[in-house]
Design a binder for this molecule. Structure first.
Ligand code: ZN
Length: 563
């Protein structure tokens, strides 16, 4: 959901703030080379570069439905014949097949499972890409070493019912990852049965985390978080857990060049109902890999690419020397996952007006522009919306900053119009938004065009539409005709363009607080609400109505900005 680079008009206004410290931190992750007798492993850079053209699954992970996956699995099996085994290991609650791929003939049994949470798909295509990569290069020494040294069991989609509707939980409404003890879900039973049947020496539990999780207090989002899962509440260090920690360090090492500073350590707290924790307790040490933010300048599918590179390099080093070249100290040194430390946009230094106030007061505003994974991946229409995440002192938040020192913030303008007005349509809403209109109260029975706009729902960069009865109280500003071209960007002139100058008479000589109360929605800036406001620059000595509206932000975006 993190998406700053596409919002060009806004992004231009902000300065990206990344500490130079991060770069040195990333370099520190590149481990000193391992023992000299260790066979040469795969080159992460070559894997990264080669993936784009050679990947087996070209559909972006959030767009991959369970039926598509089944088709791809059959195609993969057909392509490689006897070299792999495709097996249905059970059915989901709604009867969808759950499949496992097995490749390799070596003694080291490794199990990898993905998409236990239906809306956490990033690693799923990477598992198929990995199998295809190995089997397409059977004569390559690296692939040969992995296939001879290990037997890989891969379950790409543990929760097909949740994946079908892009939801975390299964069709019973149960979080499979909190079902390791109850085993009330067929999916959980299948996972447990596989673990018990295969007795793997290492497991990879592949998820996606909140995409706005920061890497410590670095001001940067985590694109990958790793965890060498503990098998008890005390976090006892067993040989298996030590292996999982080395594997986590191997992942961090492999990925540091591609997402410098964006690799974090997941929360180590024991989670008694979770699968990763219990599979570790049952005897298979588990590495948790959580895909997070789409790295700046990259696409959603690059999360899949990170998983592909991480898994292939780590599996090689597991087979080569039990990951001896990867120091768990590197894993320990990773910045910790941190939530609540990031906002997509941070407007700092302005004074904000509150309903009924006699003066504006200091308040930073921070907000996120929410977009679904499926939208980011190109398989759902754009429907961004905003959520205010902080009001007040936002100095420690990471994100794109807009320096508004000396500006004043008010809620956007509010007006009423007849819902049947023939001139109100989608194009007109853009124009009204650009004039600072944040909410349009529509009275009476709506026209077809207004009905369509209402049905389209909340949209960033658009005024909010509220349908009310014909006799509901009218707003102070009333739109009787299409807006005129404003004489200037002064707030009063924008109000004139919308509603004509008649409003001025009743506000003559009134204080700024009264102007704000009458012309605007009077909304309070509050976490959890949409981020809609005007940025005003006052002309010294003049009232607020004469101040220039420098910027309009409606539900997180400027009108006309590409989401
Ligand atoms: Zn998850």
């Amino acid at each position: 959901m993190f998406q700053v680079y596409a919002e060009v008009s806004f992004a231009r206004m902000f300065t990206r703030t990344i500490s130079p410290m991060l770069l040195s931190g990333a370099l520190a992750l590149v481990a000193p080379s391992a023992a000299a007798d260790r066979p040469a492993g795969p080159d992460p850079r070559a894997l990264w570069d080669g993936w784009a053209d050679s990947r087996f699954v070209t559909t972006s992970a959030p767009c991959l439905k369970p039926a598509d996956l089944q088709e791809l699995l059959r195609a993969l099996a057909a392509k490689h014949g006897d070299a792999l085994r495709l097996e249905e290991v059970g059915r989901s609650f709604q009867g969808r097949p759950i499949s496992m791929l097995t490749v390799g003939r070596g003694p080291r049994r490794v199990m990898l499972w993905s998409q236990m949470h239906g809306d956490e798909p990033s690693a799923t295509p990477a598992l198929l890409d990995l199998v295809d990569h190995l089997l397409s290069r059977r004569d390559d020494p690296v692939a040969q070493r992995i296939l001879d040294g290990a037997t890989l069991h891969l379950v790409p989609m543990v929760n097909p019912d949740g994946s079908e509707v892009y939801e975390r939980r299964n069709a019973q409404g149960i979080d499979i990852n909190r079902d390791a003890l109850s085993l009330a879900t067929p999916e959980g039973q299948i996972l447990k049965a596989l673990r018990d049947r295969l007795q793997p020496e290492l497991g990879f539990n592949l998820h996606d985390q909140n995409r706005r999780t920061a890497a410590g207090d670095t001001g940067q989002l985590a694109s990958i978080a790793v965890l060498g899962v503990a098998g008890d509440a005390a976090g006892t260090m067993t040989p298996g857990r030590a292996r999982a920690r080395r594997a986590s360090a191997a992942i961090a090492n492999a990925l540091a060049p591609f997402v410098p500073g964006a690799i974090a350590r997941y929360d180590e707290e024991w989670s008694p109902r979770a699968f990763g924790d219990n599979i570790t307790a049952w005897g298979t040490p588990v590495v948790l890999v959580e895909s997070g933010a789409v790295p700046p300048g990259m696409a959603f599918h690059d999360l899949t690419r990170l998983n592909f590179v991480a898994l292939l390099t780590t599996l090689h080093d597991l087979v080569a020397d039990d990951l001896a070249g990867h120091d768990p100290a590197l894993y320990d040194a990773l910045p910790r996952n941190q939530t609540g430390a990031w906002a997509d946009r941070i407007a700092t230094g302005a004074l904000a007006w509150y309903p009924g106030a006699t003066a504006a007061t200091r308040a930073d505003l921070a907000w996120d522009v929410r977009r679904s994974d499926r939208e980011l991946a190109g398989c759902a229409p754009p429907q961004p919306f905003s959520v205010t995440v902080e009001v007040g002192d936002a100095r420690f938040l990471g994100g794109l900053r807009l320096d508004l020192a000396g500006a004043e913030l008010t809620p956007p303008l509010l007006a009423s119009a007849d819902a049947a007005a023939p001139w109100i349509d989608e194009t007109m809403l853009e124009r009204l938004g650009a004039l600072g209109l944040g909410t349009l109260r529509l009275h009476g029975a709506p026209s077809d065009a207004v009905r369509r706009a209402l049905d389209a729902g909340r949209r960033a960069g658009r005024p909010a539409l509220v349908l009310v009865p014909a006799d509901a109280p009218r707003a102070f500003l009333q739109l009787a005709a299409p807006p005129r071209t404003p004489a200037s960007r002064a707030m009063g002139d924008l109000a004139d363009a919308l509603a004509g100058p008649a409003w001025r008479e009743s506000l003559r000589g009134e204080a700024d607080g009264a102007v704000v109360a009458r012309l605007t929605t009077g909304a309070r800036f509050l976490p959890g609400t949409p981020a809609s406001f005007l940025v005003l620059r006052r002309i010294p000595g003049a009232g607020l109505a004469a101040a220039t509206v420098e910027r309009v932000v409606l539900d997180g975006l400027e009108p006309g900005a590409q989401p």
